[in-house]
Design a protein around this ligand. Structure first.
Ligand code: MN
Length: 212
């Protein structure tokens, strides 16, 4: 068998995106040590896991051996979920006062008012949803095209309780690795601090692109 037949199908080489700011740029809200570990170790781990799962699936196709299909399908969902959500997480934050914090403006602000009855009501629901995620997971804002509205969701881990057909445009990571060094068990305090580094202009761009 030639090396070309070791796997079937083209593979994407997923890579860790660079942060658009330094590890200490979101201080004092998100501390440097947590940011560095979170990006360079945790996110890198999901990238590696995703590449590994896709390579193993290609090999399974080549061998016609699907004995591990359940395991590999789970690995694919878990690691892609991690890669996708963390990539969005970094891209929708910015240093406080330099693009981060404050309130949304323009079309995003209008949509939030329309769908949630006001920014404060939106923020309260989002913080409550993120705070109440059981164990590891995410609080997420999705755009749902079927009825053209924004919805607030929870994700368990990074791949369960998915909302089909809806696009995440903002998310807060509430795994303990995202806050435990600085906030220990005080997740609500971390979520409250995180609002200070949300990059609303990046979220508005994501909404615009999801609306097509
Ligand atoms: Mn994380």
């Amino acid at each position: 068998m030639s090396t070309e037949n070791d796997s079937l199908g083209a593979l994407t080489k997923h890579t860790l995106p660079e942060l658009p700011y330094g590890y200490d740029a979101l201080e004092p809200f998100l501390d440097k040590e947590t940011m560095e570990l979170h990006h360079s170790k945790h996110h890198q781990g999901y990238v590696n896991g995703l590449n590994g799962a896709e390579a193993a699936l290609a090999k399974a196709r080549a061998n016609g051996d699907f004995g591990l299909i359940q395991h590999l399908s789970r690995q694919l969902a878990f690691h892609f979920g991690g890669h996708y959500l963390h990539s969005m997480f970094w891209a929708t934050m910015a240093p406080n006062g330099s693009g981060g914090g404050g309130e949304p403006t323009g079309a995003l602000a209008d949509k939030i008012n329309e769908d949630f009855g006001g920014f404060e009501a939106f923020q309260n629901q989002f913080s409550a949803a993120a705070g109440a995620v059981e164990g590891s997971g995410w609080g997420l804002l999705h755009y749902r095209p079927v009825d053209n509205r924004l919805i607030i969701c929870q994700a368990e881990n990074q791949h369960k309780v998915a909302q089909w057909g809806a696009t995440p445009i903002l998310g807060v990571d509430v795994w303990e690795h995202a806050y435990y060094l600085k906030y220990q068990n005080r997740r609500p305090e971390y979520i409250k601090a995180w609002w200070n580094v949300v990059n609303w202009s990046a979220v508005a761009d994501r909404l615009k692109s999801a609306q097509g």
